[in-house]
Design a binder for this molecule. Sequence first.
Ligand code: IPM
Ligand code: MG
Length: 367
Amino acid sequence: MKFKLAVLPGDGVGPDVMDEGIKVLEAVGKRFGHDFELTYGLIGGVAIASEGTALAEDTIEMCRSKDAVLFGAVGDPRYDDPMAKIHPEDGILAIRKSLGLFANLRPVKLFPQLVNSTPIKPELVRGTDFVFVRELTGGLYFGRPKRQWTTSRGRRGVDSMVYTEQEIARIAKVGFELARTRRKKLTSVDKANVLQSSRLWRQVTSEVARDYPDVKLDNMLVDTCSMRIIQNPTYFDVIVTENTFGDILTDEASILTGSMGMMPSASIAGIPAPGSRVIGLYEPIHGSAPKYTGQDKVNPIATVLSIAMMFRYSLALEKEALIIENAVNTVLNNGFRTYDIMSEGMKKVGTKEMGTLLAKTVAEINS
Ligand code: IPM
Ligand code: MG
């Protein structure tokens, strides 16, 4: 089959990990007879530097016309000034919003080979396998009013955590649908003891639950959840939560997988029905890590696993997704590690070698 993909490597280590992702993508193409037409675009700091905006309209249009978008990272210390009018991060927020990608799936799965690469006790972390469904186009990130101004008594800043019942219902459905394909347990995370938007979240989620009697719903406060994630990670199956809560909790949870470099993500407009495809954006959850740029150091596995998610959700090619996940497993079994997941007795490799090993494994392993 032939597919059209937009590729937005972005800033910092974004291009480093994207190059390796593309190696693996091409290996899958070769093995299964798929052809990928790649169109590169600018986003983040590199876009500000050359186009004066973190994401040009043309780039959004280009992405819209593709089967999926591959994204690296944004963030550039040159544009960190809080008073600046444009920030690299505006680019990723704009593309999520423009493409209507309201559901962000972030699997937190510990490969058993890495059980000693996390700072958490092995007996607690072993068996960790859950998925975040982070609401991605509403809440505190996008709610209005959102501004900073000066009053007679000094400066003020406001962000608004706003949700409509429709926004909550559609993300809750994604949570339930996903739970249905897994261990049938959904934890909805909010701050309903304090926030009005969370009280609505809790009501709407329980209303949606009536359509999913086979899934067990529990509600958890976000502060409790942040503790439970570390204390008892195997408690969770699917977690659905607000944009900002999801941002914070997913960074925390990445520690359970050994490294942020192991955490992929998919941003989609709902779970496609079996066999059908939806446009989505696929990105590692780690950021641009500017100090590691071009050093052949960072872990490309999160990007590679994101590409597996692309095969699953945007191309409806499950076998291809599984081959990639299998290849990651095999390369870890063979003892190869990037620095972030390195442990005694393992073979340390750089970004490029890890990418090459994964691509080679995709070409060779039995499906
Ligand atoms: C993430 C990142 C982004 C976010 C930043 C880069 C805007 O932290 O994808 O988690 O906050 O959503
Ligand atoms: Mg984040």
